[in-house]
Design a protein around this ligand. Structure first.
Ligand code: C6P
Length: 439
């Protein structure tokens, strides 16, 4: 456990957090696992779908929002909204303070050295594209290597394919083992044979739930002279992430996966790297001076923030960070670990059901599976009739699906409001689907 915690940068369950949450991470059979939060905080969870209570098991795609986030955004829109960094009037000054205050909350949440290292973007995808354009175009040349892995989301593949095509750099992939882990022996060989300029890797697979050993990856990549970008879309929402302790160079994540609104995300980067990078998009707010001949750039973080941003969404993001901070990220991780262990045990008991990915101790709160030869989309449709929302498809990770020769999987994912009763409902509906297809 200690070793895993060290190498993944993901906190594992401690006795204290189990006691704090009441969640039993070590045994899936030890009884009911309650929600970590008051379910009434999440108004959408009171909905009925096809006459059944909503069982929302797709938080990996987008999490639901508590009223604390909804209220903060509503109150801001009703009382404080104005464009930011523009007006010398009270409303604009207040809006600017709220917007920049949210940035401070996010900086604290990931333990950034400076608030200037937190760049607002639209989402994880835009954050990675920002680096793949500005840093890559300025630093990569023919013969250089970008190293990523076969378990990446398309957002951490396609921008590097485009950057490789523009710069002449080679894009290489760390393979995955049959049980859904990164092949670290292959990683070592690749690093030695083709020392990369950049390693870009997910901190948690959105399909398999795998937690790659990012601590080890960062240490080895740095020793080989490479920078490391972590796709933290699935880690920052679910566990304590401390950029200084991790020692990574760039980190990308989205608010909508961590109880906040869609339309806003973060690129965190080490200040000296961000300072040296050229701007991404040009326009208002990112400049210091503009003349007909040329322009100069604003200081960090605004150099990378052209145009009117997602102002209300930043306020909502700040409220989401407050909510998660009050819960304690170690408690969030412990809760999801307990749910993952419970789900693995519950689903493994269903005949013909195949689960992909590592055991609970080495995964987050995500379970991908197939049931006999029922197509994942049919399964999702059947479950929807029972009020159960899961995702089906390739999950924007086609190379990973190809690795396992799969067209699609069904995927259930858990968050702070999930209970073991919802996993029981999933298991019962899957048993029912199995009897409908009668194999
Ligand atoms: N995964 C899922 O259902 P955006 O869309 O930019 O906020 O996040 C992209 C992204 C990047 N990396 C990982 C590991 C992700 O899981 C995601 C989003 C969702 O799995 C939507 S496809």
């Amino acid at each position: 456990m200690a070793n895993l915690a060290h190498t993944t940068g993901i906190e594992t369950t401690s006795e204290k957090t189990e006691a704090d949450t009441g969640a039993k991470a070590t045994s899936a059979t030890s009884g009911f696992i309650p929600s970590l939060v008051p379910r009434e905080d999440f108004p959408i969870l009171a909905r009925q779908i096809h006459g059944k209570p909503l069982v929302f098991l797709d938080s990996t795609a987008s999490a639901q929002k508590p009223r604390q986030v909804l209220d903060a955004m509503d109150a801001f829109n009703r009382t404080t909204y104005a464009n930011i960094h523009r007006g010398a009037y009270t409303l604009s000054e207040e809006a600017t303070a709220a917007y920049e205050g949210a940035r401070k909350k996010v900086a604290r949440f990931i333990n950034a050295r400076s608030v200037r290292e937190v760049i607002w973007t639209r989402n994880t995808t835009e954050s990675i594209n920002l680096v793949a354009h500005t840093w890559a175009d300025a630093n990569l040349h023919p013969g250089d290597t970008i190293l990523i892995t076969e378990m990446e989301h398309h957002s951490n593949i396609v921008p590097w394919q485009l950057a490789a095509a523009r710069t002449g750099a080679a894009l290489r992939y760390v393979p995955i083992t049959d049980d859904g882990e990164l092949d670290m022996a292959a990683f070592d060989q690749l690093i030695e044979r083709h020392p990369p300029r950049l390693v870009a890797v997910t901190q948690m697979s959105n399909v398999l739930g795998t937690l790659p050993p990012v601590g080890e990856i960062i240490a080895k990549a740095h020793a080989a002279g490479a920078l490391v970008l972590l796709d933290a879309a699935q880690s920052v929402p679910h566990t304590a992430v401390d950029v200084r302790a991790l020692g990574c160079d760039f980190l990308a994540f989205s608010a909508h996966k961590m109880l906040g609104p869609s339309g806003i995300g973060v690129l965190w980067g080490r200040r000296e790297l961000l300072d040296a990078m050229p701007p991404f998009l040009g326009g208002g707010d990112m400049i210091r001076d503009v003349s007909l001949q040329h322009s100069t750039w604003a200081d960090l973080p605004w150099k990378f923030e052209a145009g009117t941003p997602a102002i209300t969404e930043a306020v909502g993001f700040g409220a989401a960070v407050d909510y998660l901070s009050a819960l304690g990220m170690a408690n969030v991780r412990a809760h999801e670990h307990a749910l993952a262990a419970y789900a693995l045990e519950r689903l493994a008991a269903i005949p013909d059901l195949r689960i992909y990915g590592p055991p609970a101790d080495r995964r987050g709160g995500v379970v991908s599976f197939t049931l006999g030869d029922i197509h994942a989309h049919d399964l999702a449709t059947l479950l929807d009739r029972e009020g159960i929302a899961i995702r089906a498809g390739h999950h924007c990770a086609q190379p990973l699906m190809e690795r396992y020769q799969l067209a699609a999987t069904a995927r259930a994912s858990f968050y702070v409001y999930t209970t073991s009763a919802e996993i029981d409902a999933l298991a019962a509906a899957l048993e029912q689907a199995r009897s409908i297809f009668a194999f």
